[in-house]
Write a protein that binds this ligand. Structure first.
Ligand SMILES: Cc1cc2nc3c(=O)[nH]c(=O)nc-3n(C[C@H](O)[C@H](O)[C@H](O)COP(=O)(O)O)c2cc1C
Length: 203
């Protein structure tokens, strides 16, 4: 069984949570994958789940061009044993964000997540989909319509509820990324097990 935890914050309209659910649906398509959602507000009661995860997917809305303060507040707790004792080295990491603006400075938010993961020695998985909405033939219905590769970039109109924003193209993009992260994680876990078996003395 491969364990994935989606660690996220969502406050304003629940739009990041909608993406978290999409990432979870996608990851669950990969056989043998246990995927759980974990809000950062609850994370301090679930350290063991995080430590036992093969992959952690970070999700935060872009607030003032950055990860949300509450999300960062939890991340700063990693500067204790998780960082010092290298507890999360070689875990898989990935990320997603949503903002109201087409840019909204989402890139900075995702870059921050990459740095958090790098400081913990994690292995970052980028989006495998080609960027959409690139040409006169493109549209907002394209997958990866924000053409982001570092992580899932979604956009949600500020005056619309989570039922309709972000739109289906972004939700589907998040599902595909969830599936991709689960596939990469499964391959890594299987490879490590095979190497460990190879190295074990014959009985
Ligand atoms: C405090 C705050 C700051 C925000 N800053 C930005 C921003 O810098 N750029 C942007 O495009 N949208 C910004 N927004 C809009 C949110 O990114 C957007 O509504 C997002 O979908 C909210 O996600 P949530 O419902 O999961 O909290 C901001 C919203 C709030 C409440």
């Amino acid at each position: 069984m491969v364990r994935i935890t989606i660690l996220y914050y969502s406050n304003f309209r629940g739009q990041t949570e909608k993406l978290a659910l999409a990432i979870q649906r996608g990851a669950q398509r990969v056989p043998g994958t246990d995927v759980q959602l974990l809000r950062v507000e609850d994370a301090e009661s679930h350290w063991q789940r995080l430590h036992d995860s093969d992959a952690i997917v970070f999700g935060s809305p872009t607030y003032i061009g950055s990860v949300a303060a509450r999300f960062k507040q939890f991340i700063e707790l990693l500067s204790g044993d998780v960082w010092l004792k290298r507890m999360w080295v070689n875990k898989v990491a990935a990320g997603f964000t949503v903002s109201a603006g087409r840019s909204g400075d989402k890139l900075n938010c995702l870059q921050q997540m990459v740095i958090f993961a790098a400081q913990m020695g994690m292995i970052w998985v980028p989006v495998r989909l080609l960027g959409g909405n690139y040409s006169s033939q493109g549209s907002e219905d394209d997958l990866n319509r924000m053409a982001g590769y570092i992580g899932v970039m979604a956009q949600a109109n500020i005056d619309e509820p989570a039922e309709i924003a972000p739109p289906p193209s972004d939700i589907r993009t998040a599902e595909i990324h969830g599936e991709h992260v689960a596939e990469v994680t499964r391959a890594l876990v299987a490879g490590r097990r095979a190497l460990a078996a190879e190295a074990a003395p014959a009985t």
